[in-house]
Write a protein that binds this ligand. Structure first.
Ligand SMILES: [Fe+2]
Length: 142
């Protein structure tokens, strides 16, 4: 009996599935990510990013908050200001997101995962998760 080769999901399929999962979990964050994709592309074009860099940035922008999937409802959907422990919990979304992207093992996964991990770093070092500053913050534009 002939067995057909099992179907493999493409990165596009996986990306669509992740977007659906994020939208089901938090529709507000999905809308935010879609706006960030547009803004990042416009900014990157002005910075002369290559087509390759624009592609990596688009995926990183689309999934920069994917780690919010792992944040408990009482924190993710809290309508008021976070208590310190809740804030520490929310800050984990960048680390969780990095783990999710690395698990995809897709082309450029390392660069995308770094962008996801460090999307809340601030130039003055006051950001998270690693309090990187200045040129310590990964930047993929050559
Ligand atoms: Fe974020």
């Amino acid at each position: 009996m002939h067995r057909s080769k099992p179907k493999q999901a493409s990165l596009t399929n996986i990306s669509q599935a992740l977007s659906v999962a994020l939208g089901v979990r938090d529709s507000h964050t999905l809308g935010h990510c879609e706006r960030v994709v547009t803004l990042c592309r416009e900014l990157a074009i002005h910075l002369d990013f290559s087509e390759r860099e624009l592609g990596i940035l688009a995926v990183a922008a689309q999934f920069h908050d994917i780690g919010k999937i792992g944040i408990p409802d009482n924190v993710l959907h809290k309508p008021s200001r976070f208590e310190p422990a809740e804030w520490e919990c929310m800050k984990q979304h960048s680390v969780i997101g990095e783990r999710i992207i690395r698990a995809l093992a897709c082309d450029h996964a390392d660069e995308i995962a770094l962008s996801v991990r460090h999307h809340h770093e601030h130039f003055d070092g006051s950001g998270y998760p690693d309090a990187l500053s200045g040129t310590q913050i990964p930047f993929t534009h050559a």
